[in-house]
Write a protein that binds this ligand. Sequence first.
Ligand SMILES: Nc1nc2c(ncn2[C@@H]2O[C@H](COP(=O)(O)OP(=O)(O)O)[C@@H](O)[C@H]2O)c(=O)[nH]1
Ligand SMILES: [Mg+2]
Length: 380
Amino acid sequence: MSNKSDKPDWAPKDAGNEFATRVIHGVSGGHDGMRGPVGTEAQANKAIPRRRRLSVDDYVGGVLAGDRNALGQAITLVESNAQAHMEMAQEVLRRVIPHSGRSIRIGITGVPGAGKSTFIEALGLYLCERGHRVAVLAVDPSSKVTGGSILGDKTRMELLSRDLRAFIRPSPSSGTLGGVTRKSRETILVCEAAGFDVILVETVGVGQSETTVRSMVDFFLLVMIAGAGDELQGIKKGIMELADALLVNKADGDNKPRAKAAKLEYNRALHYLAPATDGWQTRAYSCSSLTGEGIPEIWSIVEAFREKTVESGVLEKRRRAQTLDWVYSMVEEHLRASFFQHAGVERIRAEIEHDVTWGRMPPTVAVQHLIAEFEGNTGS
Ligand SMILES: Nc1nc2c(ncn2[C@@H]2O[C@H](COP(=O)(O)OP(=O)(O)O)[C@@H](O)[C@H]2O)c(=O)[nH]1
Ligand SMILES: [Mg+2]
C-alpha cells in the first residue's frame, strides 16, 4: 500500500493545481473532524481546496497508511447519506475491515459534567506518551447539524486535539440513534485500520445511547461524581449493570475524601449486581482528571481486563455477538424505514391512526391492515 506516486498528495497541497483556488465542500453529510496542530492552515480549513475525486483506492491507501486527512475524509464518506457515497463507503469498508479489530474499544459514559471529556483528554495524553495512538469518538444522538454537542466544546480536549498521535471525531450529526450508531461502528473500524490502537467512545446518558455504546465496545466505563443524590444513583443502577468499571472522578482538593467514600459505597452496591462481563468483577475506582492522579491505575485495569478476556475467549465472543447484533439492528433499521416510506402505508396511515385513537378500530386490527398493505405491495 505504499505506491505513493499513485496516491493523491494528502499533505497541504494543490500547489500547481490550477483549480486550487476553487472551493467546494467535502462530501456532504458529515464533517472533517479536527485537524492537526492548532494554527496550521486555519485559513485553508475554511476553504477546502478543490481536490480531485478520491477513488476507493485513494481512501483505502490513505487510511491504511495512517494518513490523518485520508482518515477524516474516509469517515466523512462513511457518514454520508448520499446513495453514491454509500456504495463507495461500503467498498472502502470491505477493504479496510480485514485491517481492523486490533484495538481496545472503550466506551465512556456518565452524566453531563461528570468530567468525561476531561478524563478522556487526561487518559488520551497519558496513552499517547506511552506510544499508543488514540482515537476519540462521540455518540450523541441528540446533536444536530452543528455536530456533536458533547465534543462541541473543544476546549475540553485542547491538548489532546493538538497531539498528532490522537484523532478526535465529533458525533455524526444526522438523525436517529440507529443511524448514528451505524456510522460510529464503521468509524471505529476505519480508525483501527488507520492504526489507532485505543478507541475511546464518549456518550451521554440520553435515552438508549448507553446501551448502544455498550454494544460496540469491549470495556464500558461509567464516570461518576461524589455527592450525587440517591435518586441519581437509582437512575444509574441500570447503567451500573452495564459497566466494567466505575470511576469516581474529581477526587482532588476538598472533594477527595468524599470521592473515596463514594468509591467504597459504590463497591458495596456493586457487590449485589451481576457483572457486565463474564469472569470480570466490576469495581469502583477514583481519579482526578485534573491532576492525573489515578489515571495510570485505571489504565492498568483496562489492560488487566483485556488480558483476562482475551485469555478466556470472552472478548472474542463479545465481539462476534456484537457483529451479529449489528447486522440485525441494520436489518431492523432497514425494515422500519421501508415500512414508513411505503406509499401504500403512507396512504392509509392517517385514517387508521384516526380510527384507532378514537376507539373505532382495535390496535390489532390496525396492525393487520398496515402490514397487509405493506406486504401486499412488496411482493412478499
Ligand atoms: N476538580 C475537578 N474538576 C474536574 C475534573 N474533571 C473534570 N472537571 C471539571 O468538570 C467540568 C465538566 O467537565 P467535562 O469534562 O466537560 O464533563 P463531561 O460533560 O462529562 O464531558 C469542567 O469544568 C471540568 O474542568 C476533575 O478531575 N477534578
Ligand atoms: Mg463531554
